[in-house]
Design a protein around this ligand. Sequence first.
Ligand code: SF4
Length: 448
Amino acid sequence: MSSVHELIRGAAMREAAARETTRTTGRPLASAGHRRPIVLRATGVSSCDTELADDPWAIDRDPGYGPGASSADTIPSLAPRQGPLPAEYTSASDAELTERIMAAKAALGDRVQILGHFYQRDEIVQHADFVGDSFMLAQAAKEHPEAEAFVFCGVHFMAETADILSGPDQAVILPNLAAGCSMADMATIDQVEECWKQLTATLGTGAPGGLQPVIPVTYMNSSAAIKAFCGRNGGIVCTSSNARTVLEWAFERGQRVVFFPDQHLGRNTAKAMGITEEEMPLWRPHLALGGNTAAELEAARVILWNGFCSVHKRFTVAQIEQARADFPGLTVIVHPECPAAVVDAADGAGSTEYIRKEIEAAAPGSVIAIGTEINLVNRLQQQRPDLTIFCLDPVVCPCSTMYRIHPAYLAWTLEALLAGETPNQISVSAEVADDSRVALERMLAARP
Ligand code: SF4
């Protein structure tokens, strides 16, 4: 295994190479008329593209990962599509883009707020008015009624949530429409409706004690349509920080839970509550009864949707063992989107906020390996230079869909706003927003 410093040096070199490539290539992006099928990558094989750091434009030229890539071999018909970006942006140097972003941002003032996700690259985060996880950013949008527009530097489902929580006259903009989330794409509303139909037919609609036979719970990382589905059907939304509280809420109202779309967050949370693996069948959306028998569904406590995060699925127990062998006394903390065996082998597991707090509280000189997205890991190291922090995965891998928000898109978006246009607005219909809000408000009320 490479040393920590080799890893860190490798990441810096890749970053420099990516910057150089951006300056010199300036190749055109996929156009709205570009209808090439997305390459199907087999479920169970990580599709994290480790070459992203070498050429940020490649992913837009050949759409092999993004909305739909994980659930079908062609882009779903309703998936958002990014039009071409003018060459003046794709051929601009990093310095020129930074200058243009800063000038447009200064001219727009408080009218426009830039929201940056923790996993976003530094070249974007440096311009953000707020940095946080998806829910923190949606709340930031809610708490700034004076802003006319929010430029959401994250992925599609996050911008939808911000649109749901922000005011009716405020626009939420996703600088690159191709910035989807592979995990969110693993559960479509049609698949979820079909699952519900089969569960209702198998488990009925009523249970002893006035309970529901099954309560739908969705992770924040899902489409607004699925959040609305949960709102309409007595269900609720959760984040990685409150998943246990939300499951407790659900078990007060139902016999069992169906958990969308991240099997790992669902499994890790339920396991910590004493629910056994046998009580957590996996629902495979293309199979009748999700590939289970009626008896298995009857005995279930948590039915797990077969979704996962391609970034967090890369972490393994072998990586933890190797890191511990290389650095005796090492502390390992991971995100609960990692597989259960990885969570079990780590010293701690929790949300991004949990990881940040652990780093804040760490004693000087500590060596800490983290199992989460590389941009966040690198930023934590910058914030605590007195610690040695490294990513568990020796192959540095960013969230490839979040990576699609290149500074060129941010410059293009801000300058369009300055010109009086509203590009790439993410609008959730009033009906879907109302039902989603029900599920989100249940989550807020369920807070311990
Ligand atoms: S890190 Fe994983 S869950 Fe988060 S946006 Fe990227 S693909 Fe989606």
